[in-house]
Design a protein around this ligand. Structure first.
Ligand SMILES: *[C@@H]1O[C@H](CO)[C@@H](O)[C@H](O)[C@H]1NC(C)=O
Ligand SMILES: *[C@@H]1O[C@H](CO)[C@@H](O)[C@H](O)[C@H]1NC(C)=O
Ligand SMILES: *[C@@H]1O[C@H](CO)[C@@H](O)[C@H](O)[C@H]1NC(C)=O
Length: 225
């Protein structure tokens, strides 16, 4: 009986701690005011996000972004183009915890494998036939070919890609629960980082000869320049 009374608070404390999501799983913090149009030029004081421009200077234009209306140029080695409407392009998103991308895909085009460290992504296919897939932390590959109007959710942080498997142009709009989701290209991170990863690391990791690593490094460096 006595032992039970003493352990109860400890058990409750452990339960309480277990129910708290680890900080890495939190979305962007909630805003503390209606809006906070980013003053991107005010970089002298680093904060988590951007300082707001004075509310008296805010107009309707601060809430409008035209950048996603234009088709991206897909004439590049990957046949894809991502136009971002994140806080850097659209300062009106500052503190609101959301953003969008436009993904244009030529037939056969690929938005190469990548992940967003800070956001879950909702892809809605507006045009074309697009193979969308992600790989879970258990190394399970989930994918489907989507057509106009269909939507795919890519859980936060999972490596994923979008590939146009149709004969027409493909168009996707992607929504994120972060004003700046961040993009880490899986292939570029390994083979085109600056400074470059040591070949010893890559030959060991991939179990191939140095010539293979050098070939991929040169191809990806050329493709990204
Ligand atoms: C606010 O607007 C005034 C008048 O147009 C301008 O002089 C000032 O530079 C603006 N301030 C900011 C921080 O945008
Ligand atoms: C994406 O399209 C824009 C607008 O046409 C263009 O300026 C940019 O260079 C393109 N990016 C790539 C990676 O091809
Ligand atoms: C698209 O990009 C390619 C390669 O940079 C360029 O040759 C072409 O003129 C661009 N097309 C348009 C419509 O800007």
């Amino acid at each position: 009986m006595k032992l039970q009374i003493q352990t109860k608070p400890l058990v409750l404390f452990i339960l309480f701690m277990a129910l708290q999501a680890p900080p890495a799983l939190y979305a962007d913090p909630d805003p503390l005011q209606d809006f906070c149009i980013a003053d991107l030029a005010m970089t002298s004081t680093p904060i988590n996000g951007f300082p707001c421009k004075p509310a008296s200077n805010v107009t309707a234009s601060d809430f409008i972004f035209n950048g996603l209306a234009e088709e991206g140029n897909t004439t590049n080695p990957f046949g894809s183009n991502v136009t971002a409407a994140n806080v850097l392009a659209f300062p009106g998103l500052n503190t609101l915890g959301v953003s969008m991308n436009r993904i244009d895909l030529a037939p056969g085009g690929l938005n190469t494998p990548h992940h967003h460290p800070r956001a879950t992504e909702l892809d809605i296919v507006v045009k074309g036939e697009v193979l969308i897939g992600f790989i879970s932390s258990g190394n399970v590959y989930f994918s489907r070919v989507l057509r106009e109007g269909q939507m795919f959710v890519i859980p936060k942080g999972m490596i994923h890609f979008e590939m146009n498997v149709g004969k027409e142009k493909g168009l996707i709009f992607a929504a994120f629960n972060s004003q700046l989701p961040g993009t880490v290209s899986t292939t570029m991170a390994l083979f085109a980082a600056k400074p470059a990863l040591p070949n010893e690391v890559l030959t060991k990791a991939l179990q191939v000869d140095e010539s293979v690593v050098e070939l991929i490094k040169s191809k990806l460096t050329a493709a990204s320049s």
